[in-house]
Ligand binder design. Structure first.
Ligand code: HPA
Ligand code: ZN
Length: 319
């Protein structure tokens, strides 16, 4: 039995497996510039975040209808359930779809078709987190937030993703203030490729409750001390860090030192179709590469529920 866990850092578009990509391409009459699934898999060699994002956005062309988004989410939920995921807080990138002519309503309603049946079908409770593309403008993010207002009963929070360096959190101050006024929870990617100062800015300017990745905090001892003191959860993604060359090898990952320092770490899959594994695979990988013992793995699983946006009673049931 895999350890029950919550997944807090998961881009639904990053769960698009090559087989489903080709199935949806055929269904929607979209031409992919890859001969078959093997050829596509061979393209999964990344030098950095941007080289991954290029492919990630390119493949989204196959996602067009509500049913496509429902199929995508169902495929993820089935895989996640098999790996012990009991609760999933799922990111989606609305602007990556609206800019290619797919309406926000199509995305949200499609995902919702799968999510509203997730507890019954897969034993997984869910939340949706709408992410803004930080390499797009703040105005576009604000327009997206306004467009999402009819769907706020389905959206728990907002996040910030895509190319980090050169797009500091402060760029999105007003959007985060507006989201807070709407009662939305706030998270942001920070300190994946960007400097530790972006983590501080995400906390102080955007008011985030969790930091996605946050890995580069280890470069700033005063920041580590603060994150420990304030018990700020970090949603780490070890296999992603290896594939995007944020760390050289998994054996070099600072997770054990981060746990020893008292940081509230969680382990997640980020974009599992691209990075070689789902949540349970990430747990297995850190266990074998970093020698984490059962107690450490339990701590990571416990942290995942504590850091989630579940209410206390829901949290106990999910565990
Ligand atoms: N980082 C930033 N943006 C992203 C990622 C990531 O790992 N995955 C999908 N969008
Ligand atoms: Zn991410």
């Amino acid at each position: 039995m895999p350890l029950p866990k919550a997944e807090l850092h998961l881009h639904i578009e990053g769960t698009l497996e090559p087989e489903l990509a080709f199935e949806l391409a055929a269904r929607n009459d979209v031409q992919l510039p890859y001969g078959d699934t093997d050829a596509l898999r061979k393209a999964y060699q990344f030098e950095d975040l941007q080289s991954f994002l290029n492919l990630y956005y390119e493949l989204m062309a196959v996602l067009r209808t509500e049913q496509d988004f429902a199929d995508l989410a169902n495929a993820y939920l089935a895989r996640a359930a098999a790996q012990g995921v009991r609760h999933a807080e799922i990111f989606f990138d609305p602007q990556a779809h609206t800019k290619r002519g797919v309406e926000l309503g199509t995305v949200v309603e499609g995902l919702w078709r799968a999510l509203e049946r997730s507890q019954a079908d897969h034993g997984i409770s869910t939340r949706l987190i709408m992410c803004f593309l930080r390499d797009d403008s703040a105005e576009s993010a604000m327009e997206t937030l306004r467009a999402a207002e009819p769907y706020l009963d389905r959206i728990t929070g907002i996040g910030l993703d895509s190319a980090e360096v050169g797009h500091p959190p402060v760029k999105f101050r007003e959007v985060y203030e507006a989201a807070a006024a709407l009662g939305l929870r706030r998270v942001a990617h920070a300190g994946e490729e960007g400097p530790p100062a972006y983590i501080t800015e995400a906390l102080d300017v955007l008011g985030v409750e969790r930091v996605d990745h946050g890995l580069r905090c280890v470069e700033d001892p005063a920041l580590v001390e603060r994150l420990v003191r304030e018990r700020v959860p970090l949603t780490l993604c070890p296999l992603s860090n290896v594939r995007l060359r944020t760390v050289d090898t998994l054996a070099d990952h600072p997770l054990p030192a981060m746990l020893d320092a008292g940081l509230m770490c969680t382990v997640n899959s980020d974009d599992p179709a691209y990075f070689g594994g789902y949540a349970g695979d990430n747990f297995d990988a850190v266990r074998s590469a970093l020698g984490l013992d059962r107690e450490r793995l339990r701590e990571l699983a416990r942290n995942s529920f504590l850091a989630s946006f579940l209410e206390d009673d829901e949290e106990l049931r999910a565990r």
